[in-house]
Design a protein around this ligand. Structure first.
Ligand SMILES: NC(=O)C1=CN([C@@H]2O[C@H](COP(=O)(O)OP(=O)(O)OC[C@H]3O[C@@H](n4cnc5c(N)ncnc54)[C@H](OP(=O)(O)O)[C@@H]3O)[C@@H](O)[C@H]2O)C=CC1
Ligand SMILES: CC(C)(CO)C(=O)C(=O)O
Length: 299
C-alpha cells in the first residue's frame, strides 16, 4: 500500500517506522530541515537495548503525497486544518484519510479541509515519546481503531490490517464515536489536572486532592457523551485503567506546557464544553480546567 504519514512527531514516526518495513511510506513534515534529516539519517527508534534506524521517504512539500492510497494523520489536533488543506487537489479521489489523534473533531476538521476525501477518524493507545528531531522512543504497545470505510480500496480494514501486520495492532469499527469519547473522557480527566498539578498519570488517579477532581471530570464527560447518545459505562474505571497502564507517564499536555508548545486543551476540554453548551449540560469543572490550562499556555 502507498501510505502517507502526516506529521513526523512521536506517533507519526512510530507508525512510519513500523509500516515502512512492508509498505511504500512517505512522511510529510512541516520543516524542510526535518525532511532533510530524515532523508539523511532515517528514523531512529530508541529502545533500552539500542537504537534501530529505519529508512523511509520524508518531504515537507505536500506534493510528495500525490498518489498515496491512504494517509494516517498524526499532527496535533489543532494542526489538522493547516496540515490537510494543502493536500486538496493533490490526493487521488480514492485516498483514505485516517487519524490517530486525540479529540473528537478530526472528521469535521478534515472534511472542511478536504471536502471530497474519504475521512476515517481514529484513535490509538499506542505510546510514543519524542526524543528530538527524527528520534522516537516507542512507549508501550497499544491498539489503534479506525472508523470503517469500505466504499473503495483501500478500506479502513485494509489499513488496519497493514498496521497489525507491521506490529501495531489495529481494527476498524462501524461506529468510532464510543472509542473517541472514551479516550476523550480519559484525556479530560487526566491531562489538565496532571498538567496543572505537574503530576504523573498514576499520581493524578491516586492523589487525595486530584483523584476526586479527575473522577468528576470523567463524569462530566460521560454526561455529555450520554446526551450525544453514547453510553460510557463506568468512566472512572476507564480513567483508572488508563492511569494504571501509563502510571509513570507525564501526560502529553504536561509535556507540551513544559516544552512551551501549545496543548490540545481545545480539542479535549474545549470540545467537551462546546458539546455541553449546545445541549445545556453543566460542566463547571471542565470549563474551569479549560480556562486554567489556556491561561497557563499564555504564561
Ligand atoms: N505520543 C503519543 O504517545 C500519543 C499521541 N496521540 C495523539 O497523536 C497526535 C500526535 O501526537 P504526537 O506525535 O505525540 O505529537 P508531536 O508533537 O510529537 O508531533 C506532531 C508533529 O506534527 C507536526 N506538524 C505540525 N503541523 C504540521 C503540518 N502542517 N504539516 C506536517 N506536520 C505538521 C509537528 O511538526 P513541528 O514539530 O515542526 O511543529 C510535529 O512533528 C496527537 O493528537 C496526540 O494526542 C495519541 C496517543 C498517544
Ligand atoms: C492516556 C494519556 C493520558 C496517557 O498519557 C494520554 O493520552 C496523553 O497523555 O495524552
Amino acid at each position: 500500500m502507498k501510505i502517507g504519514i502526516v506529521g513526523g512527531g512521536a506517533i507519526g514516526l512510530t507508525f512510519a517506522a513500523a509500516l515502512a518495513r512492508a509498505h511504500d511510506v512517505v512522511v510529510l513534515v512541516r520543516r524542510p530541515e526535518l525532511a532533510a534529516l530524515l532523508a539523511r539519517d532515517g528514523i531512529a527508534l530508541v529502545r533500552d537495548d539500542g537504537v534501530e534506524i529505519v529508512r523511509c521517504f520524508a518531504a515537507s512539500d505536500p506534493a510528495a503525497l500525490g498518489g498515496r492510497d491512504a494517509l494516517i494523520v498524526a499532527v496535533k489536533a489543532y494542526a489538522t486544518s493547516a496540515a490537510l488543506a494543502p493536500l486538496a487537489g493533490i490526493l487521488p479521489p480514492h485516498a483514505l484519510v485516517a487519524s490517530v489523534q486525540n479529540g473528537i473533531d478530526f472528521a469535521a476538521d478534515a472534511r472542511a479541509a478536504l471536502p471530497h476525501a474519504r475521512i476515517a477518524a481514529g484513535s490509538t493507545t499506542q505510546g510514543a515519546i519524542g526524543m528530538g528531531p527524527g528520534r522516537v522512543r516507542p512507549a508501550g504497545a497499544g491498539t489503534t481503531v479506525f472508523a470503517r470505510d469500505d466504499a473503495a480500496a483501500p478500506s479502513s480494514d485494509a489499513l488496519a490490517g497493514a498496521c497489525t501486520a507491521c506490529g501495531l495492532p489495529a481494527t476498524a469499527v462501524d461506529d468510532i464515536r464510543p472509542v473517541l469519547w472514551r479516550k476523550l473522557a480519559i484525556n479530560a480527566a487526566l491531562n489538565p489536572l496532571g498538567a496543572l498539578a505537574r503530576r504523573s498519570n498514576g499520581e493524578v488517579a491516586s492523589d487525595p486532592d486530584l483523584a476526586p477532581l479527575a473522577r468528576r471530570a470523567a463524569e462530566e464527560a460521560a454526561a455529555v457523551a450520554a446526551a450525544e447518545g453514547i453510553v460510557l459505562d463506568d468512566p472512572w474505571a476507564a480513567v483508572e485503567a488508563a492511569a494504571r497502564a501509563t502510571a509513570a507517564n507525564r501526560n502529553s499536555m504536561l509535556q507540551d506546557l513544559d516544552a512551551g508548545r501549545p496543548t490540545e486543551i481545545d480539542a479535549i476540554a474545549g470540545a467537551l464544553v462546546r458539546c455541553a453548551h449546545a445541549r445545556a449540560i453543566p460542566v463547571p469543572l471542565t470549563e474551569t480546567l479549560l480556562h486554567l490550562v489556556r491561561a497557563r499556555e499564555r504564561a
